[in-house]
Design a protein around this ligand. Structure first.
Ligand code: PAF
Length: 287
């Protein structure tokens, strides 16, 4: 493909997606809410290597924000994203407007209750219903061969995998590693909300997870004791942070584990000023 296409309506997107599918092209999709950082770009570069046609979407999906969340202030810079998309070799940038994605009487939802009772699903009750619904819509519109998501949103990835599998959606779901700043802070569009003081302590979120990993490696298996040690670390090093959750869960079922007896995911969400930051660490079991 030559110059990047800018597609703004769901109808035009689906028409093209169906043409590509009929032509037998491998289409890669990177769904985003914009305000791209290196994490997004790593997904695009990986997708670029693995497809004929690369589509990226930028859509701040209103249905995944609850009341009082940052929907109206969510950072955006479409011009900048568009330049970055060109640099990454995106063939088509899909940027629908809200009213075209959701009719005023929209009432069909995709829910994955098994995976959403814990972690972010607990503190953001409508979030994953919105995510699953919009991703399902994007899959139907773009008709991709595969779609790529970051592992920072581990629970989101698990939800999308299960939805895709259980609804027989013919899309391969790919998860890619978390991309971090040099000091370890997981990249996020929401990092822009941090003050200098908050930004200075934010890398301790990752350091707390590294501490947890080292305790597991040294033989501690009790989840309560592991959580206590890390919470103490957070209290000492991020005194202004308000912990939303720190949990050890099964990486597939997202159920809380009491004892580490297999692969485990340590997941954290913390409010720091205006930002709610999430991070996680997958700890494979070593016998
Ligand atoms: O991870 C995100 O940016 C969003 O949740 C997604 C997958 C684009 C759906 O709106």
């Amino acid at each position: 493909m030559n110059d990047m296409l800018r597609i703004t309506t769901p109808a035009a997107m689906q028409e093209l997606g169906l043409v590509w599918r009929r032509e037998g092209l491998t289409v890669g999709l990177v769904p985003t809410m914009g305000y791209w950082h290196e994490g997004h770009l790593s997904l695009m570069r990986w997708a670029r290597e693995n497809c004929d046609v690369l589509v990226a979407s930028v859509f701040v999906n209103p249905t995944q924000f609850g009341p009082g969340e940052d929907l109206e202030n969510y950072p955006s810079d479409l011009e900048r994203d568009s330049g970055l998309a060109r640099e990454c070799g995106v063939d088509a940038l899909f940027t629908p407007v809200r009213d075209e994605m959701y009719a005023p009487d929209h009432g069909t939802w995709v829910t994955v209750p098994d995976l959403t009772a814990n972690l972010c699903g607990r503190s953001r009750p409508v979030h994953f219903r919105g995510v699953a619904t919009v991703v399902c819509k994007l899959f139907n519109l773009v008709q991709p061969t595969f779609a790529v998501f970051g592992q920072k949103d581990w629970q989101q990835l698990a939800v999308i995998r299960k939805m895709t599998r259980e609804l027989d959606i013919p899309v391969r779901v790919e998860g890619r590693p978390i991309v971090r700043e040099a000091d370890g802070l997981a990249m996020s569009s929401r990092n822009v909300y941090l003050t200098d003081e908050e930004r200075a302590v934010a890398p301790h979120i990752r350091k707390g997870l590294l501490l947890l990993e080292s305790l597991v490696r040294s033989g501690e298996a009790d989840a309560d004791r592991l959580r206590e040690a890390v919470m103490k670390y957070f209290e000492a090093n991020i005194p202004m942070g308000r912990l939303d959750y720190l949990e050890l869960v099964d990486p597939d079922t997202i159920e809380t584990v009491g004892q580490v007896r297999g692969d485990v995911l340590a997941a954290v969400a913390m409010r720091l000023g205006k930002a709610r930051l999430i991070d996680n660490m997958h700890i494979p079991f070593e016998r």
